[in-house]
Design a protein around this ligand. Structure first.
Ligand SMILES: [Zn+2]
Length: 416
């Protein structure tokens, strides 16, 4: 295919994606003005509900501005051939194609992050701050940034350098090897997520002895869940939005609860939240998710192997010769319709899994406290109670609150 056609396809994909996202966001915004259904009344008091709507409006406006800005910037860079221009500027300084690519990505990464800082700053210190979510100080913001840069430049540079070396030396068959490496890494990440990765950014402490720990342990025993350790994580250092998760492959599971979650929920509600997570484990959702992600990665790498040495892709971005870094950028855009489609399928499956985990928690524990917990979480996170169905279809990995509450109630009448 000739470079001109590829550029047209690239611009068309970016434009179509932008239009789709804006349209979904528009539908979603219009839906919010409708009155609350009976079941959702009383979750929020009127004042809180107005605050939640104001929070969503502020985020919508902010998203529209960032998306519009990003769209115009990217299209301009593509149509002016800026990506190729940067490549030409760097070539005289680098003999080695790997160092050339690393320098290229380093500059792009730094430039895009610097452009993003005002947006991140505004989101954290103006929007989140105004609605009381932000627990981040300027100091943690800066420290996180520096940690992020160090990690990206040292670790990212090292990994990218090795990968580029392998791609160049193995040739088109690289995707088989990469797939194998990715699979091993994913399993390791899953195993050591709580012990190695989370502590880099948050503090984990074992949960104190007490009624909560006892309740979690006795539930785990009842349903035969191989509980190893329960941790509390200091999520409140950064945001007061709350969560729970567990990790570990094999017979030892570590459960992690956010301190903010513990503060806001009763013991029964917390056990119900854990019962939901145990449901994911018992219904093999975690294994299935891992397997599907691996398939997805394999397919992506295969398509990448077909495109990475194609000179026309580099020409489409305005360069005069093949550059692997340019082809990676072009690939990222050309592949996005496929990743949107697979993301859609994953979301459909994930929403189904959420219903199953809710049903499991209702059957093995109690539906009532789970409903209460979900309502509180929605209020606490100021979730959109009435998202548009198309917006949910494309973007939601979890069903909206109303549908979950209704499904749990049906399950409660069936099991009683
Ligand atoms: Zn879930």
């Amino acid at each position: 295919m000739d470079a001109q056609v590829i550029l047209i396809i690239i611009v068309a994909i970016i434009t179509a994606d932008f239009v789709l996202e804006r349209a979904l966001s528009y539908l979603n915004r219009r839906k919010k003005n409708h009155a609350l259904p009976e079941e959702l009344k009383g979750i929020y008091d009127e004042q809180q509900y107005q605050k939640a709507l104001a929070y969503q409006r502020a985020n919508d406006r902010f998203d529209a501005v960032t998306a519009g800005f990003g769209f115009i910037l990217l299209i301009t860079l593509l149509l002016t051939g800026a990506f190729g221009w940067l490549d030409e500027q760097l070539r005289p300084y680098f003999e080695n194609p790997i160092f050339l690519s690393l320098a290229y990505f380093g500059i792009l990464f730094l430039a895009s992050d610097l452009i993003n800082i005002p947006f991140q700053w505004y989101s954290t210190f103006v929007i989140e701050e105004k609605f009381g979510f932000n627990k981040m100080t300027l100091k943690t913001f800066v420290i996180d940034k520096i940690k992020g840069y160090l990690l990206s430049f040292i670790l990212g540079g090292l990994i990218l350098g090795i990968l580029l070396y392998l791609v160049i030396h193995i040739g088109q068959d690289f995707w088989w090897y990469f797939w194998g490496i990715a699979a091993v890494l994913m399993v390791l990440l899953n195993m050591f997520y709580t012990t190695i990765f989370v502590p880099l950014f948050n503090k984990l402490v074992p949960m104190e002895e007490g009624p909560l720990k006892q309740a979690i342990e006795s539930y785990s025993q009842k349903v035969g869940f191989p509980l190893d350790q329960i941790y509390v994580i200091d999520g409140s250092k950064r945001s007061s939005k709350s969560n729970a998760f567990f990790s570990g492959i094999g017979s030892k599971k570590k459960v992690v609860l956010y301190d903010t979650l513990i503060e806001n929920h009763s013991i029964e509600e917390l056990v119900a939240v854990i019962a939901h997570e145990v449901g994911h484990y018992k219904k093999k959702h975690i294994l299935l998710g891992l397997a599907l992600s691996m398939l997805q990665i394999g397919f992506t790498l295969f398509v990448l192997s077909l495109l990475i040495f194609n000179k026309e892709l580099s020409l489409a971005l305005g360069a005069d010769q093949l550059g692997i870094h340019l082809n990676l950028i072009a690939f990222g855009i050309l592949y996005s319709p496929i990743s949107t489609a697979t993301g859609l399928l994953m979301n459909i499956m994930s929403r189904k899994n959420e219903y199953e985990a809710d049903a499991y928690a209702t059957q093995t524990y109690h539906g009532g406290p789970l409903q209460e917990a979900l309502k509180k979480l929605s209020v606490h996170n100021m979730s959109n109670l009435l998202p548009h169905k198309w917006y949910v279809f494309f973007h939601y990995s979890h069903p909206p609150l109303l549908q979950r509450l209704q499904a749990i109630r049906r399950e409660m009448t069936v099991s009683s």
